[in-house]
Design a protein around this ligand. Sequence first.
Ligand code: HAM
Length: 418
Amino acid sequence: MAIRAIKGINDILPDVVGKWQLVESVARRIFSKFGYQEIRIPILEKTELFSRSIGESTDIVEKEMYTFPDRNGQLLTLRPEATASVVRAFIQHKLHLQPAMRKFYTMGPMFRHERPQKGRYRQFHQINVEVFAMDDPMVDAEVIYMLLVFLEELKIPRIKLHLNSMGCPDCRLPFRQSLADYLEGVRDKLCSDCQRRRLSNPLRIFDCKVDSCGKLVDKAPVLLNHLCRECEKNFQSVKDHLDSLAVAYTIDPFMVRGLDYYNRTTFEAITPLLGAQDAVGGGGRYDGLMKMLGGPDLPATGFAIGMERLILLLDDKAGALKDSNRLFVACLGEEAKKKGFPLVQQLRLSGLTVEMDYESKSLKAQMRRADKLEATHVLILGDDELAKGVATMRNMEASTQEEIPLEGLVEQLLRRLQ
Ligand code: HAM
């Protein structure tokens, strides 16, 4: 039996690659205007990096990581997200000593062993943005604004911004107690995972996808109502800055983001068009992570966008071939092929997009292929033409034809097609 790709791990075929390239190029263009630099980080890291950053009792670490010992017995993990790696790289290369390096973006594959469905895969791609050493609420607002500018530039329809605050350790501690008290009262109705989390990490109960837990969570106390004064002031300031940029948002106290490292403002860009997988992107502040991973005590914020979800939302025509001319050279006979082959290379070097037939097919078959390749022009080189010292050029869109002398052919083609 032929070998197939692994479930939930997909090929990206040439007919959609145009959309991926469009998304990548818009990200690069917009993010660099906002002062971000690209960083490229490894796909494989020590398991500890993720279990410590994302949190031992999160779904990602408990159930979804691709973890295995390498040949030396070291435990490695295919990255389930990029934030931890960007922080690790920042610490490892002492980038805090280089003031020009504060804002980063990175793109690439991530791996989570989730149940595959539309918009949810086991290998998926993210565009990540991370900002370090800036804790002004203006930066939170600007990061969110940049995410929305990016989605708008791609004309992604019906995006709603959800906002929450995860507070700080000072307000989380007393809140944890009131949540634990509430959960104690309903403990028998919790699923087995939440029974466990109730004691180890009660906040993670908000991530539970089991229906019965969802109903209990709806009535649970929320952190947003327990913020300390400083966190409340900070959240208000983020909202004020968003207002100054005319950004609309919905406050969503139940959004806890599935990863343990967040504090203060968190956010998601949601769409009703993707069914259950409604988050196109999400992120927030994670001021404690750098120190927790052994680095300097520097604040941070950022987000990640799911590229597959973006591609599903893009207009059908987005990323389609540009309107530039594409030439197909049809050679009929051995002599013509010998002349056509170097000519094709010369035209490509001169800047034209050129394809040819290598298999000595009939003119009809070659014209069919030219049509499939959406060639705008076909140059026909046959024995008759060679004898006359000309080539025939057919304009596929206008359905017109003309003869061009072989002498000075390249210049003539460049004049017409460039
Ligand atoms: P996240 O919410 O886990 O955050 O993932 C961000 C986005 O990745 C999601 O909103 C979704 O679009 C996409 N995504 C996640 N899982 C899958 C999947 N299985 N299949 C397809 N798409 C998926 C993070 O990963 C954080 N590191 C974001 C961040 C950066 N926070 C601060 N900086």
